[in-house]
Design a protein around this ligand. Structure first.
Ligand SMILES: [Cu+2]
Length: 323
């Protein structure tokens, strides 16, 4: 309820802002008129994004969005690292099923894995409901460090979805069990938004890994991520793209291990030192494309997938941005 209330308050203030700007336009140029007003309205619609805010193990966002192309602006205002991933659950399954039937299995499995009982841990997954392997990941953001804002653009078909984050707390409990699941409805009405045009093209596949042209200048870029294929990796998830800013002391080996949730020390708080996650595009099925926007300053970066042995799979690539 608090979540919805917050959203409502925010939506209202945005709405008020639009009304105020429009009325200003109206009075300032009452003669010159409708044309300009229409122009202004179009501009506002074009800039329309779906805001998602995390403050405390939550997704503060609207529950209903239009279909087609949508840009999600994800603000991580919490002290933890998060992402959002959109899941298409089988018909009739909701976030309640995710919380009651899926999350507890992952939590107990992780608990055993952390105690060193790896085999027993993996055996727990046989308790997952049968329909779980019908869940389709249809995209989302990459990982985002605290106080980062990421923009990811996805094309969604109408239907019911669940949005989740399965990063772990320091005790191994998944954020999914802490409130980071939410039902969303994508309506038949199309957003009217156009597909973005990227200036940096990334291809990802199980055969070639991450492929892109790594001569990248500083400034704002739109990255496209094309999923040439998709497979289930050893940790049950598909490959994805995360953009990471590397500080001088960044340890790539540590980062690589951390990216695997099934590792007792993976995808858990605290995140590795000297790296900042600045977005990306989460798992999508073969043939899909998603976009993300990032502003790069001079320095070192990595693109990495959230899979075991990313380096061997060519899914850990570094590049430098010059001034
Ligand atoms: Cu999270």
């Amino acid at each position: 309820m608090i979540t919805f209330k917050n959203y409502f308050v925010k939506t209202n203030s945005v709405g008020m802002l639009i009304i105020i700007s429009l009325s200003f336009l109206f009075t300032a140029s009452c003669k010159s008129d409708k044309k300009e007003l229409q122009h202004e309205t179009v501009k506002i619609e074009k800039e329309n994004v779906i805001e998602i805010i995390t403050e405390n193990m939550d997704f503060q966002m609207t529950d209903t969005i239009s279909s087609g192309w949508n840009t999600f602006r994800y603000k991580n205002l919490s002290p933890q690292t998060h992402f959002f991933l959109i899941d298409k659950y089988p018909k009739g399954k909701t976030s309640e099923d995710a919380e009651n039937l899926v999350a507890p299995v992952f939590d107990s499995a992780m608990k055993l894995i952390m105690e060193g009982k790896t085999e027993e841990g993996y055996n727990e997954f046989s308790k997952l409901p049968k329909w779980f392997n019908e869940v389709v990941f249809v995209g989302g953001s990459g990982l985002l460090s605290p106080n980062q804002v990421g923009e990811t653009t996805l094309n969604l078909k109408p239907g019911k979805y669940i949005i989740e984050c399965y990063v772990k707390m320091s005790n191994g409990k998944f954020h999914t069990s802490m409130g980071m699941t939410k039902d969303i409805v994508v309506t038949n009405a199309d957003s009217g938004n156009k597909e973005l045009e990227a200036d940096i093209l990334i291809n990802i596949s199980s055969t070639d890994g991450i492929v892109f042209n790594d001569s990248i200048s500083s400034g704002k870029h739109i990255f496209s991520v094309f999923y040439k294929d998709q497979i289930v990796h050893e940790n049950f998830v598909g490959h994805d793209i995360n953009l990471v800013k590397l500080d001088e002391n960044a340890n790539l080996e540590e980062l690589e291990h951390w990216m695997n949730w099934a590792d007792p020390k993976g995808l858990i708080e605290p995140a590795p030192n000297a790296v900042t996650f600045i977005g990306g595009v989460n798992d999508m099925p073969k043939g899909n494309i998603g976009y993300f926007t990032a502003t790069l300053v001079a320095g070192n970066y990595a693109l990495i997938s959230e899979v075991p042995n990313a380096k061997n799979k060519n899914m850990l690539k570094t590049f430098s941005v010059l001034k």
